[in-house]
Design a protein around this ligand. Structure first.
Ligand SMILES: Cc1cc2nc3c(=O)[nH]c(=O)nc-3n(C[C@H](O)[C@H](O)[C@H](O)COP(=O)(O)O)c2cc1C
Length: 190
């Protein structure tokens, strides 16, 4: 027996994206974002409120970075989501280090092991927020999270996800199956 919960939205897992941007003076900022998703091989889309410093920066520079939050960077990542760059210098206060992306006009936060460099391709105004669509032009991965073959080892990343039901961060869990494969036994009946 299922119960109805009106429009209560439970679309888990949600990501913990750290959006890095520059303002008009070239000052770096970072914010925490959960309402985003990959929407094509090299595209990302997300919803962002108008009042954020990040929003202003994205509209100005048409570029940003996305760093994936990890367990060891949980507190800093949360801080990026509870204070606005309109009020304080989050980069200075958190102590993270910035280098400029070689591919887009946006900062790369050195401490995060995986960063996507993105160029805005579309901005839509919807329900009072902005919907941003961007192309991922390059991905930077720290050597510390590569395996012996030089490929990304997702286990080494220790990614966190956002649980909007309990407002908590959860670690991405164990491998339980193989995509494009495990369903084959049902397809073939064997
Ligand atoms: C877990 C978490 C998820 C968030 N997701 C979003 C989001 O998807 N979209 C959004 O506009 N704000 C989101 N926020 C709020 C912004 O991160 C927050 O308002 C931040 O202070 C904005 O920073 P800025 O003004 O420096 O850009 C989230 C905050 C947290 C803690």
């Amino acid at each position: 027996m299922k119960k109805s919960f009106s429009k209560k939205t439970v679309l888990l897992p949600l990501p913990v994206y750290i959006i890095g941007t520059y303002d008009e003076e070239g000052k770096a900022n970072a914010m925490n974002l959960a309402w985003g998703v990959q929407c094509g091989y090299h595209e990302v889309s997300f919803s962002i409120a108008k009042e954020h410093k990040t929003t202003k920066n994205i509209l100005l520079k048409k570029a940003f970075t996305i760093s994936l939050a990890t367990k060891s960077l949980k507190d800093i990542s949360d801080y990026f989501g509870i204070v606005s760059g309109n009020r304080e210098d989050k980069i200075e206060k958190s102590g993270v280090h910035i280098v400029k992306s070689e591919n887009v006009d946006a900062p790369v936060i050195e401490e995060y092991p995986l960063t996507l460099e993105c160029k805005v391709i579309d901005v839509q105004e919807e329900l009072g927020d902005y919907r941003i669509v961007a192309e991922i032009v390059n991905t930077l991965i720290d050597e510390s999270v590569l395996d012996e073959k030089g490929q990304l080892d997702v286990d080494k990343l220790k990614l966190i996800t956002f649980d909007s039901v309990t407002n908590s961060y959860r670690i991405l869990g164990e491998v339980v199956g193989q995509a494009f494969k495990d369903g084959a036994k049902i397809k073939t009946g064997k």
